[in-house]
Design a protein around this ligand. Structure first.
Ligand SMILES: CC(C)(COP(=O)(O)OP(=O)(O)OC[C@H]1O[C@@H](n2cnc3c(N)ncnc32)[C@H](O)[C@@H]1OP(=O)(O)O)[C@@H](O)C(=O)NCCC(=O)NCCS
Length: 167
């Protein structure tokens, strides 16, 4: 995957000049979720990805201001606000997979290597599975905003959830 290769390359380059210091990462090199079969083969079943927050639920100049402040922070800055997107094949829903995947990438990579301390996500109202995955990982529902975005001519409402790293 091109995005994962780019993260790995950037980390390798930084490591070659960092004299043994651990270099903070802007992204997670592992995004694909794969099921390992009994015969040793594996199959793609989903995806998880972090990026800097885009405050989907906020409109106009306020959104521009929030994004501009967030984007200038250097990689590894604990003040960066992040968002996460995830997807799992419907054949694998409701087995606890995404709850564990999110917990694992946070604990094993995002917190220690991206210095992630704050996540801010929005979820379409009605997507109860997604809200539960976040809540089970310590996210708190902070707002529900009715009809805040328009998608293909239809007004949609969003739940907004926040997560802060507790040491
Ligand atoms: C949302 C999604 C990632 C959930 O993944 P998952 O692996 O099925 O979730 P889990 O099995 O870890 O379930 C976590 C909790 O959510 C609940 N849950 C899962 N799907 C649910 C649904 N459709 N409705 C209600 N609750 C649901 C589970 O029961 C569990 O809660 P519990 O432990 O209190 O019983 C998956 O449904 C998906 O990929 N959906 C399509 C893409 C999407 O919506 N992504 C999120 C965009 S914000």
């Amino acid at each position: 995957m091109r995005a994962s290769d780019a993260v790995t390359r950037a980390l390798e380059e930084a490591a070659s000049t960092s004299q043994g210091q651990l270099v903070p990462a802007e992204d997670c090199p592992v995004r694909s979720i794969r099921e390992l079969k009994g015969d040793g083969t594996d199959v793609y079943i989903g995806n998880i990805a972090f990026k800097r927050c885009n405050w989907w639920e906020v409109q106009g100049p306020e959104r521009d201001r929030l994004m501009a402040e967030n984007i200038v922070r250097p990689t590894g800055d604990t003040g960066i606000i992040w968002q996460v997107s995830d997807f799992l094949a419907s054949s694998h829903h409701r087995r606890g997979i995404m709850t564990v995947v999110l917990r694992t990438v946070l604990d094993k990579w995002a917190i220690p290597r991206m210095c992630m301390r704050h996540l801010h996500v929005s979820v379409f109202t009605g997507n109860n599975g997604s809200v539960r995955v976040f809540e089970k990982n310590g996210f708190v529902l902070v707002d529900t905003i009715e009809n805040c975005i328009e998608i293909r001519g239809e007004k949609r409402s969003l739940h907004v959830l926040d997560w802060k790293h507790v040491v």
